[in-house]
Design a protein around this ligand. Structure first.
Ligand code: GSH
Length: 270
């Protein structure tokens, strides 16, 4: 199913599709786990944990709860309604299990996806992979102009937006990061059939969300700078994203810890 076609609201269609799938899943289980769409957050696996039974046919998404790159793929899995099909395996990056590097993903980073007897990494690759290779709504529209813009924005995310904002923290954050948020504000004006980057919700929103979330929380603390001030489209985008369950469930829980981490990592030492 492609969300956003016809006259109905894309968000309504997405909600209907998720509810329909949830009902089907609940029925398949005898209706026991009524809250299946909401994941229970399992504890992270660390150096003392045994590996899962690797390559047994289970599809596993290895993530870290604090990692924005992992969050991208986690959101994709959730909004497609793949909670039962793709099992989350949270990893403690500070005390990583040796088997992760040795047996799962030699690059020793998260996210990675174990599927069909192979393991793939890189969040931008994985968002597309999960979107294209599993059931559920598609988060890339057919419209050629939108697809072209999607490619542009997706490429921009990790080559320019993310590194430029991080770099700005050591320099003139308000001006330099401000220019990046202006770029997003302008991009959000391009299509007016919805509040998202391509109008309808798409892979582009998934890819930017974890970083916008962190900058929105950190910049007022670090620089007394609210990224939404004077940016009505970005304000609306954040509001709309926060209505999506599949995203909400992935948001950073311990914001104070995240702010402390950012301060230690990115602010110049006195
Ligand atoms: N380009 C990668 C970046 C992934 C990445 O840097 N993940 C971090 C956690 S947020 C990681 O695994 N760090 C562990 C390490 O570098 O050793 C992607 O998009 O997936």
């Amino acid at each position: 199913m492609v969300v956003g076609g016809g006259g109905r609201s894309y968000l309504r269609e997405l909600v209907d599709w998720t509810l329909e799938k949830k009902k089907k899943d609940d029925k398949a289980r005898g209706g026991v786990w009524g809250l299946s769409v909401q994941d229970l957050l399992l504890p992270s696996l660390d150096s003392t944990s045994q590996p899962p039974s690797l390559f047994d046919g289970t599809t596993r998404l290895y993530i870290n709860y604090q990692c924005p790159y992992s969050q991208r793929v986690w959101i994709t899995r959730n909004v497609k309604g793949l909670q039962d099909m793709i099992k989350l395996v949270p990893i403690d990056l500070q005390n990583r299990p040796d088997w992760y590097k040795e047996k799962v993903y030699p690059k020793n980073k998260v996210p990675s996806l174990e599927h069909n007897n192979k393991v793939t990494g890189e969040s931008l690759v994985l968002v597309k992979y999960v979107d294209c290779n599993f059931e559920g709504p598609s988060f890339l529209p057919d419209d050629q102009e939108k697809r072209k813009f999607a490619e542009e924005l997706i490429a921009y995310s990790d080559t320019t937006f993310v590194p430029e904002v991080y770099k700005s923290f050591a320099k003139d954050a308000r001006t330099l990061a401000g220019a990046q948020f202006d770029y997003l504000e302008k991009a959000l004006h391009k299509f007016d059939d919805g509040p998202f980057f391509l109008g309808q919700f798409s892979q582009v929103d998934i890819i930017y969300a974890p970083f916008i979330e962190r900058f929105h929380v950190f910049m007022p603390e670090g620089f007394n700078y609210d990224i939404t001030t004077g940016r009505p489209k970005l304000t609306k985008w954040i509001e709309e994203m926060n209505n999506l369950d599949g995203y909400k469930q992935t948001k950073v829980l311990e914001q104070e810890k995240m702010v402390e981490y950012y301060k230690n990592r990115f602010l110049p030492k006195a």
